[in-house]
Design a protein around this ligand. Sequence first.
Ligand code: MN
Length: 138
Amino acid sequence: MEEMSVFKTGEPNDAFKDYFVGQSYLNMLTTEQVKVANVTFEAGCRNNWHIHHADKGGGQILLVTAGKGWYQEYGKPARQLNPGDAVNIPAGVKHWHGAAAESAFQHLAIEVPGENTETEWCEKVTDEEYEKLNEVQI
Ligand code: MN
C-alpha cells in the first residue's frame, strides 16, 4: 500500500483482522500518555460495529488525514468524511468507521483516556448496508 499522508501506513492490521471487512493497516504513533494510531483502510474496507466502553471519560477521536470514508452511529445516517474532518465518538456509542467504496481512507485514532476502557466488537457492516451508503454518495 503506498503512503497516503505524512503519517506512515505501517503494517497490515493482522491483530484486528477479525473485526474488519477488507484490508486495513495499523501504525501506532504513540503508546504513551495518549494512544494515537494511524489507521489506513483500502477502498471498501471498514471496521465492524463497535463500542468504546468506559466507566468515566473514554471514547475516541478520529482525525481524517487522507482519502474518503464514512462514520456512522447506530440508528443514524452515515457521515461522509474528508481530509481535515474531526469526529468525536463518545464512550458507549455503537458505531463503525471505514473507507468509501471507491477510495482508500486514512485517519488518526486517538484513544481518549478513561476509567476501565474496553472496546466491544459487534457484528459486521453488511455489504447491503454498506452499498446503500455509497449509492447515496453519488
Ligand atoms: Mn471506533
